[in-house]
Design a protein around this ligand. Structure first.
Ligand SMILES: [Zn+2]
Length: 263
């Protein structure tokens, strides 16, 4: 499913929020590898990423530690700059302040999209490159393969948290709508947790439908007398494993905030 120039190295940090672990993506270009989310601080994981070759630069999709914790160490090991939307996360690299802007790399087309919602600083990265083969001097010049690196904005399975108060549901819904308008099912979804998905547009559409359905359930729980995020979670997330209830509570807090704004 992935072209040869796109590698996925999964960190060994599985858990209820990280699913099988954090996916680190390594995109090979003629100028070196571009690493998306070096992940948690696990030396073996960083070594496995570095083994793939010299690093041109690193991009962080957002500040959560399971994505960014190793950034300083990875910079120390590789000397490569670290880019992010939040200037506090950048190391010797530019801040990705401009929405819908291109990253200057050979062989691939990369565009940074600001997609707040999961967190305020969440970004997605569109990738266009040759459908087969490696990048580099002998590579096919095509840009037939389209992928979307989503960080935690869209996961490979299940749903994500809207991390209230940093994450906001109104922003999140707008970000999903925006992604849906840019994608079709020819795109591959490259999430930071869970499997790569070949049906990117379908996944994003399901995410929007799921979020609207949950919002309706939150409205119903409020109408039934729930008054706190915890009480709403007990009703709306009754069918969900309790290990993710604290995260659900943050998402519900984001929903209550959103509904207040909308009333
Ligand atoms: Zn996250």
């Amino acid at each position: 499913m992935l072209p040869q120039w796109c590698n996925l190295i999964r960190a060994n940090n599985p858990g209820p929020m990280t699913l099988d672990g954090t996916n680190t993506y390594v995109l090979a270009t003629g100028a070196g590898n571009i690493v998306i989310d070096p992940g948690p601080l696990i030396e073996e994981h960083l070594a496995a990423v570095i083994e793939l070759g010299p690093v041109a630069f690193t991009v962080l999709t957002h500040h959560h530690p399971d994505h960014s914790e190793s950034a300083a160490r990875f910079h120390e090991l590789t000397g490569a700059p670290v880019l992010a939307q939040d200037p506090a996360l950048c190391i010797a690299g530019e801040t990705l302040t401009r929405d819908d802007s291109a990253l200057d790399v050979p062989d691939l087309d990369l565009r940074v999209l600001h997609t707040p919602g999961h967190t305020a600083d969440s970004i997605c990265i569109e990738v266009r490159g040759p459908a087969t083969g490696n990048t580099g001097p002998e590579s096919a010049p095509g840009r037939d393969w389209h992928g979307l690196l989503t960080g935690d904005t869209v996961l490979g399975r299940g749903t994500t948290v809207v991390a209230h108060p940093d994450g906001r549901l109104g922003d999140y819904l707008s970000s999903l709508e925006r992604l849906r308008s840019r994608l079709d099912d020819g795109w591959t979804l490259l999430p930071a947790h869970g499997p790569v998905r070949a049906d990117a547009a379908t996944v994003v559409t399901e995410y929007l439908a799921h979020r609207q359905a949950r919002l309706n359930e939150v409205r119903a729980a409020l109408a039934a007398g729930a008054t706190t995020p915890r009480e709403v979670v007990e009703i709306v997330y009754a069918d969900v494993d309790r290990s993710v209830w604290p995260a659900a509570e943050r998402t519900v807090a984001a929903a209550l905030d959103y509904l207040d704004e909308r009333i």
